[in-house]
Design a protein around this ligand. Structure first.
Ligand code: AMP
Length: 280
């Protein structure tokens, strides 16, 4: 179906916005920017079983297809692709994709196989949709780095655009999983972004040692939340290699486990501490 539909569209600059649905303003910002910069926007909703671990929230992942269809229509999406699982994976895969180094840090470490599932489904969607550009959120910066690797390694003729994280007024990154947080946790979660920014300010003020920066970020998060820190990492971006001195573009990222949700946030900045908001 999707392939047939795609073959009918010729001579247009096509943008693709892959999602798992339950739209919030983060998703909508990708759709609107994609529409602004391209002639046609195709979005997908697919909660991809392959990227969820056995103890993760695949079955309970929040869904609201009716609302999503209306929101997509209002936010510049021309075609919304919602394939059922058995259409995406009719048979067991005979070729398995495996992400290298970029999956062995940050979220990849505590979610083994997650990024293998992401590149598998994206490769399928890229082939079905054949977009010129793909729009993704820097909130999932490791995912952006992994997609950057996939596109370059396998010569997908697609331009990757990473757009800034959309936040609540409090500074908390919008996420479909924020619905799992209690009011108390919502208040506490705000400190993750604050701590990361304090880390960046240290760089602006001339601190170059990555261990010093990570230590200070950790202390703030420990002090201000009941959540359990999964990681605080500072790595080169997009290669995601360890750095001891900040002398290139880096990602400073944290993941914190709350009772029912694991929240992630990050910032990317250069060696002077200047924020990098968009990747293209
Ligand atoms: P998801 O539905 O969580 O897979 O997200 C679909 C796309 O939306 C991904 O490219 C995410 O990085 C992006 N996204 C999720 N949350 C945000 C946010 N708060 N701001 C910007 N983009 C986001």
């Amino acid at each position: 179906m999707m392939q047939k539909e795609r073959r009918r569209i010729t001579g247009k600059q096509i943008a693709f916005v892959p999602t798992m649905g339950y739209f919030h303003e983060g998703h909508l910002s990708l759709m609107n920017k994609a529409k602004e910069e391209n002639e046609l926007v195709i979005a997908s909703i697919f909660v991809n079983p392959l990227q969820f671990g056995p103890d993760e929230d695949f079955d309970t992942y929040p869904r609201n297809e009716k609302r999503d269809i209306l929101l997509a229509e209002k936010n510049g999406v021309d075609i919304l692709f919602i394939p059922p699982v058995d259409e995406m994976y009719p048979t067991e895969l005979s070729t398995i994709m495996k992400v290298g180094d970029r999956a062995n840090v940050l979220c990849g470490r505590s979610r083994p196989g997650h990024f293998d599932g992401v590149v598998t489904v994206l490769s399928k969607l890229f082939n079905l949709i054949q977009p010129h550009r793909v729009y993704v959120g820097m909130k999932d910066a490791q995912q952006v780095a992994v997609i950057d690797g996939l596109i370059k390694d396998y010569n997908f003729p697609i331009e990757l655009i990473g757009l800034p994280t959309i936040r609540e007024d409090s500074g908390l990154a919008k996420s479909s999983r924020n619905v799992y947080l209690t009011d108390q946790e919502l208040t506490e979660a705000v400190c993750i972004q604050k701590a990361l920014n304090i880390g960046r300010e240290l760089v602006v003020n001339g601190v170059k040692s990555s261990s010093e920066i990570m230590k200070q970020v950790e202390q703030i998060i420990l002090k201000d939340t009941s959540g359990i820190i999964d990681y605080i990492e500072l790595l080169s971006y997009p290669r995601l290699l360890p750095v001891t001195e900040i002398n290139q573009e880096v990602i400073l990222a944290a993941a914190v486990n709350f009772n029912k949700a694991r929240l992630i946030d990050n910032i990317i900045f250069d060696s002077h501490g200047n924020l990098v908001k968009r990747i293209s």
